[in-house]
Design a protein around this ligand. Sequence first.
Ligand code: ATP
Ligand code: LTN
Length: 327
Amino acid sequence: MKRMLSGIKPTGRLTLGNYIGAIREFVKYQDEYEMFIFIANQHALTIPIKAAELRRNTKDLIAIYLAAGLDPKKVTLFLQSDVPAHAQLGWIMTCLSGYGELQRMTQFKDKMAKQETGITAGLFTYPSLMAADILLYDPEYVPVCQDQQQHVELTRDLAERFNKRYSDTFTIPEPLVTKVGAKIYDLQNPTKKMSKSESSPKGVIDLLDDPKSARNKIKGAVTDSLGHVAFDPENQPGVSNLLTILSALSGESIDSIVARYEGKGYGDLKEETGQAVHDFLTALQAKYKEILAEGKVDAILKEGAERASRIANKKISKVYRKVGLSL
Ligand code: ATP
Ligand code: LTN
């Protein structure tokens, strides 16, 4: 089985976009790959966050992933900070990264261009830590969203640089960029990505939203005045977004839904999509509550950290020998 690894930053609550674009994909991958998924909690410190909030986000994130179907028997699920080798290799990768190379990372450049205040040095060097997160485990594939692709490219460069400077040590990972069809848009502004940090509350469905209010958000979604149901993201972005959501949650193909809506209006489509979202959230939240009530999260993380550490510690010992840190 080929190995796959991905990290999730616990910075906010998860949205329906995260579920359809990422979580659902991970659940599918767990049967095809040997998977490692970790909560990138050290990356969460690159922007100011309160300790209680970080703790709550982390627990919620794990409970939601488990509720969505990740199986800890198939997937090694752990916290980045439970495996100190991430920070250890992170420093070595920081020292291997060029200053100019990190300055060229578009995500960082965008933040600088927006003249956000409180930009930390950690935000600047975090792609090097991300490279360490990946290289410790020699994964063949790293599923990421488009904005993270450049960081995986950097990871490849750093791995090649290390392999050349010392000797063959790291597998060169391949980014697996999420398919375009799986992108969910803001309900109020359907040409923009549904995003926790940038959408208005009416435009975004939080996975922990009250299911009834989520249904109302779908009913209030912006559409267009063309009046017929078609999948045409360019001219009918709002309707196309509803079709993507309904198809993702029901498993029915978009073509088949469109065929059923021949001669019907947007009201019916909103009704059906709203109900699908309502039922999906109800079931997910019931499992989420059950998982938290069972109190098994700590044990799952402990076992995950043990499995991950076995691999990561071997790798960091090898690296320490090669660079001359261990005598
Ligand atoms: P932010 O609100 O800060 O932009 P985000 O909600 O976009 O964050 P990320 O942490 O950047 O979340 O993304 C986590 C994963 O969820 C990524 O794999 C990303 O592709 C996926 N994802 C996030 N939003 C969407 C969306 N609207 N549609 C599809 N996939 C999404
Ligand atoms: N930087 C990513 C999270 C992340 C990650 C990783 C993803 C940290 N380390 C390693 C894949 C592999 C983000 O901000 N979403």
